[in-house]
Design a protein around this ligand. Structure first.
Ligand SMILES: [Zn+2]
Length: 228
């Protein structure tokens, strides 16, 4: 089957209302979300940012209630964007001004990529109205630089007793530690946050540090939670 290719950018949506959508905020009551510190990131340029959903207007013959992206993932609001995977890398994270972290999972039509010289990002929304409201914006796009490059291991906490012990160990680090479950990113130092995750599934633990000693200590401390 063909990949899901967005056509939203083909016809500029008018009028371009500037709406800052922060989907993560909707969940702030239940999770400790990590604020994006843009000063710690590398700006890679200003992109034309449009929006699409899985409907026929946006996706033509690829329209679906459960759209599958070019990379085979389920298109997910708050995570999925379509962009030039050759330059940004499919599966890699970029940070969009006002929106936060998104993952390059989908691919716009080739002629759209050519039209914008690759400097186009199409943001996935569940609802067509939300995509319309987003309109077309010019936004700065960032990615992690070497300094903020995360070092990560996959761990399994299994139960809340283990999770509480884990949080204590995480708090011994002065660096930021994130626990990632799909699109959800939790402060690994928050007991409430960590226990809100599905502990029966493998989770990715990241530390924000470029210090060799710290990373070594990170691996030594948390290797006991690694799977298998
Ligand atoms: Zn649509």
């Amino acid at each position: 089957m063909q990949g899901f290719v967005s056509y939203a950018a083909e016809e500029p949506i008018e009028p371009p209302k500037v709406v800052v959508v922060q989907t993560r905020e909707e969940h702030e009551d239940s999770f400790d979300y990590i604020e994006v510190d843009y000063s710690q990131l590398d700006e890679i340029g200003t992109y034309t940012v449009t929006a699409y959903c899985g409907c026929e207007i946006c996706c033509g013959k690829w329209a679906s209630d459960n759209p599958i992206t070019y990379t085979g993932t389920n298109a997910t609001e708050g995570r999925t964007i379509a962009s030039d995977g050759n330059s940004l890398g499919y599966g890699s994270a970029v940070y969009i001004e006002g929106l936060g972290e998104r993952i390059v999972e989908d691919k716009p039509a080739d002629k759209i990529l050519r039209k914008y010289d690759g400097k186009i990002i199409d943001v996935y929304f569940d609802s067509h109205q939300d995509a319309l409201n987003f309109g077309k914006q010019k936004l700065k796009v960032y990615r992690e630089n070497e300094y903020t490059m995360t070092n990560k291991i996959v761990i399994m906490l299994s139960n809340s007793d283990k999770a509480i012990e884990f949080v204590q160990k995480a708090n011994e680090f002065s660096e930021d530690l994130d626990l990632v479950d799909g699109r959800i990113e939790i402060d690994a130092k928050s007991t409430m946050g960590v226990c809100s995750l599905d502990l029966t599934k493998p989770l990715e633990l990241r530390i924000h540090s470029d210090n060799e000693e710290t990373i070594k200590q990170f691996n030594e401390t948390f290797s006991q939670y690694m799977e298998g």
